[in-house]
Design a protein around this ligand. Structure first.
Ligand SMILES: [Zn+2]
Length: 377
């Protein structure tokens, strides 16, 4: 069971912001690792107090905590409480906590006395977002695609050097004389912003960080069955970070599906409007459809009705997860001629009332709604 944040700081639920800050300051001094070397219990209490302060000093987080308790910060819906605070985070909070009462530094810069890491932060380059147009064939076949991007890289001639302020550690500490004794506080180096490096020389045409945009061709692996708006992340192919020990960001490829002129996609199924002539519908014939799966020969029975839907199994789009293929649904449209010769007209006039030409839908000729129901059953 997690302890109540107010209890940890020893304050009432009605404490003001100033009272919360004062209470935390007291606990932080009491349990500071430099005053309790090797005392694990003190360290745990120090962290606990920092976490409580992190939440209660933020009006939004405090309001959520007051309403939901610790549940407000747990699970995927929570917005991150103090659970992940490490010592570095805690010490970086100290600027605000002690700065205003104890005033400026009197001891100058001091070395590290605690055992925490003094490695500089690795700066991560920003993510690069690009759009990629894909057509139906790409979606069905998947596979390799090349994209041209422009990413930030270090310009030729750009040089970095170790930060003189922090000696490359990215952090500076100072000893302050306080009414409680000598205190050491640590914070991010103001000169290099924690990277441990500064720009020594800017390469030609580079920006303020020594970076330049460079064209690059990236090959990505397109999964089968993707949809419009799907984003593919290519690790490390985004913008590079300034400095020599940074890591590049990611490339995020947003897919833009170009509608196919012939086949209409509906989920994993494809719809195709097929037009047949009146003689073809009456006498039956063979039709060839060019599909993304290749040519498909369709045998049309005689007496084919307009509105019939022919289902071609597994000729649709693969499912993104299961790779199971959807179907190709061919909608039959019988084309009624608009211009006829007098002979042709004569033929239809002669047969105007002939029983063979009278509509007589049987049970087999399903209504539009029954067909739709069938498709989804
Ligand atoms: Zn520095």
């Amino acid at each position: 069971m997690k302890k109540d944040y107010y209890e940890i700081l020893g304050i009432s639920r009605n404490a003001t912001a100033a009272e919360i800050k004062k209470a935390y300051r007291k606990k932080a001094i009491q349990y500071h690792p430099d005053r309790n070397p090797g005392d694990a219990e003190a360290e745990a209490k120090f962290k606990e107090a920092a976490e409580a302060y992190e939440i209660l000093s933020d009006p939004d987080k405090k309001a959520r905590y007051d309403q939901f308790g610790h549940n407000a910060f747990e699970g995927p819906g929570g917005f991150g409480g103090g659970h992940h605070m490490n010592m570095e985070d805690i010490f970086s909070q100290f600027g605000d906590i002690f700065g205003d009462i104890f005033g400026g530094s009197s001891g100058g810069f001091g070395g590290f006395s605690s055992g925490r890491s003094s490695r500089a932060a690795r700066v991560r380059g920003s993510d690069l977002r690009v759009k990629l147009k894909i057509n139906l064939e790409d979606i069905i076949k998947g596979g390799k695609k090349k994209i041209k991007i422009k990413r930030l890289v270090k310009a030729p001639g750009t040089q970095y050097s170790t930060c003189h302020q922090c000696g490359g550690s990215g952090r500076v500490s100072r000893i302050t004389n306080t009414i409680f004794g000598r205190m050491q506080t640590t914070g991010t180096c103001p000169v290099c912003h924690g990277t441990g490096q500064v720009l020594e020389r800017r390469g030609e045409g580079s920006d303020a960080n020594g970076m330049i945009k460079k064209e690059d061709i990236i090959e990505i692996n397109l999964p089968k069955g993707v949809r419009n708006g799907v984003q593919l992340r290519v690790g490390g192919k985004g913008n590079e970070a300034p400095g020599t020990n940074g890591i590049p960001g990611d490339l995020i490829v947003q897919l833009k599906e170009v509608p196919d002129p012939k086949f209409k996609r509906e989920g994993n199924n494809l719809h195709y409007e097929m037009y047949v002539s009146m003689p073809e519908a009456v006498l039956g014939t063979e039709k060839i459809i060019e599909t993304p799966h290749g040519k498909i020969k369709l045998k049309l029975e005689e007496g084919l009705q307009s509105g019939k839907i022919l289902r071609l199994k597994n000729k649709g789009v693969p499912d993104m997860n299961t790779h199971q293929l959807g179907d190709l649904l061919v909608n039959v449209n019988v084309w009624t001629p608009k211009k006829l010769t007098s002979e042709q007209k004569e033929f239809f006039k002669k047969n105007f009332n002939h029983p063979n030409f009278q509509p007589a839908p049987s049970k087999a000729e399903k209504s539009f709604f029954e067909k739709i129901q069938d498709l989804f059953s």
